[in-house]
Design a protein around this ligand. Structure first.
Ligand code: NAP
Length: 488
């Protein structure tokens, strides 16, 4: 058993950010558990061709680790991963990380006021406080399709890209047209003999204003004090403005929808093809995508768009809803992740042995500030329920959460508390406010279903306000919102 004051799970932006802030606060008695052998989280795992960020890099990075050298506006996976590796080295957090250890579950021991964290590939851990930085988008959703196991060739998910499979000259079927798929489809279309894309719901795809960073700008960022910070601030407010439309002012949307329609008209002269690619729900209801190469891909002779549904997979390919076989040597799932049901994959037992996944299933996913849960003392989730964003950088949210957790630890020390958990009253008030707001937002009003919504149609994913409001609400720990428990 390894004993530490604090255990952090994961080394994505969340886990790394928490580790860096703990060190900066002089709290060195912590360990970070990482299942893989490198830092990076989603930016280590998603290696599919064309993987890049759809939030500008100067904003999608730590505010206290600015990088003057981003090569373009929206950096690719390799560059972001390299940034994270460099930051981990520069901030000296690698020695705190136990690599190759996977967490299987955690239980709160009430009498000892400690968490036991069970793992495979290493010892178990004991800690006063646990911070879960496991992210919401890490459990691939591979749909159960009749006959999939009989398929003769390789099939894999975009987040588990099989780089040993050479796609050149092959017949490839892609299922799904979400954020990941629209990035790799244009690239593999150039390599394969034939590509069939199965689209269930068309996405709104805006033009991507991606440009290489000019050398003078990199120099200015490096040499002119405040220049990069000012640029970042301008990006922040530009992105923040998008929340106005999504959070309830739906009358702003037709303007953006027109931009996409014009983008489509330019790229796709054929009205029938354009109709197939045009969404019948409001922009923003699902995550808005950006690409300059996605729509033109469907003009290629070797690319076919199928909107007839997937009925079955056979040894030779995919049979659509009309019974037509689309031959395939390789099938690629661009079908997203388990998001609202991600907690079903965690085995966390709180006070009285209560199972977190069961509590969420039966009572709904309710947290305080998207981080902490009544009945689960000294446990904080980063980017937990209702703190993901569709309009700005989640790294901003992560930074507010790391600061809040440090403040909570300080408060516990000040009060001599061994354990802290949000009161049910504070948690309920937080959720009622969130649910009142999401119901007015585009995700509920926009006429679509999405992975933002749970099986009851409730949005358990998105933060429905401006992000500066999250900063404001988490800037202090409200003592009355917590039950503080003295040492047993
Ligand atoms: P996604 O956006 O959830 O897209 C999944 C796609 O698969 C959708 O088109 C969905 O159709 C389709 N699908 C799912 N199950 C299906 C089934 N049984 N049969 C047919 N089609 C099915 O997933 P993703 O593309 O992996 O992206 C997930 C999230 O990761 C993004 O929204 C984003 O937050 C993040 N991401 C970010 C970036 C970035 O640039 N920062 C890049 C990639 C991913 P329906 O729409 O009909 O459900």
């Amino acid at each position: 058993m390894i004993t530490k004051d604090i255990v952090i799970i994961g080394t994505g932006f969340s886990g790394m950010g928490m580790a860096m802030k703990l060190r900066a606060a002089g709290r060195d008695d912590f360990v970070v558990i990482e299942k893989a052998h490198d830092v990076g989280g989603t930016w280590r795992d998603n290696t599919y061709p064309g993987c890049e960020c759809d939030i500008p890099s100067h904003m999608y990075s730590f505010s206290y680790e600015l990088n003057t050298d981003w090569s373009k506006s929206f950096s690719g996976q390799r560059e972001i991963h390299e940034y994270m590796r460099t930051v981990a080295d520069e901030q000296g957090i690698r020695p705190y990380i136990d690599f190759g250890v996977e967490v299987t579950g955690a239980s709160w021991d009430e009498s000892r006021q400690r968490w036991t964290i069970r793992t495979t590939g290493g010892d178990d851990y004991e800690a006063r406080f646990v911070v879960a930085g496991v992210g919401g988008l890490h459990i691939p959703n591979v749909p159960e399709i009749t006959g999939a196991e009989t398929f003769a060739g390789p099939r894999f998910h975009s987040a588990q890209w099989d780089h040993s499979v050479d796609l050149s000259g092959k017949k490839v079927v892609v299922i799904g047209t979400g954020a990941s798929a629209i990035q790799f489809i244009p690239i593999i279309a150039e390599q394969v003999e034939q590509l069939t894309v199965f689209q269930r719901t068309p996405a709104w795809v805006l033009p991507k204003k991606d440009k290489p960073t000019p050398e003078w700008r990199k120099q200015a960022f490096a040499k002119v004090p405040g220049a990069q910070r000012a640029y970042r601030n301008a990006l922040y407010w530009g992105l923040e403005a998008r929340a106005i439309a999504f959070n309830g002012h739906l009358n702003v949307l037709p303007f953006a929808e027109k931009i996409v329609k014009r983008h489509m008209e330019k790229a796709i002269p054929d009205p029938a093809l354009r109709a197939k690619l045009t969404p019948d729900y409001r922009l923003g209801c699902k995550r808005v995508l950006q690409s300059n190469t996605y729509y033109p891909t469907f003009l290629r002779d070797n690319v076919e768009l199928s909107t007839d549904g997937v009925r079955e997979i056979t040894a030779d390919g995919v049979i659509d809803g009309n019974g037509v076989l689309h031959e395939a040597d390789v099938i690629i799932y661009g079908t997203g992740f388990h998001v609202v049901d991600a907690f079903d994959y965690l085995d966390i037992k709180g006070r009285g042995g209560v199972d977190l996944a069961a509590q969420f299933r039966e009572g709904g996913v309710e947290t305080y500030m998207g981080m902490m849960i009544n009945g689960f003392p000294n446990l904080a989730f980063m980017l937990g329920p209702n703190t993901a964003l569709g309009h700005n950088s989640v790294v901003f949210m992560i930074e507010q959460q790391t600061k809040f957790i440090i403040r909570l630890l300080d408060e516990m020390d000040g009060l001599g508390a061994a354990a802290a958990e949000p009161t049910l009253q504070a948690q309920t008030a937080f959720n009622e406010e969130i649910q009142r707001l999401v119901e007015k937002g585009i995700w509920t009003q926009g006429g679509c279903t999405s992975w933002y919504l749970d099986s009851h149609g409730k949005n358990r994913t998105i933060w429905p306000k401006f992000t500066f409001q999250y900063w404001w609400e988490t800037r202090k720990v409200d003592q009355l919102a917590f039950a503080w428990e003295q040492a047993a």
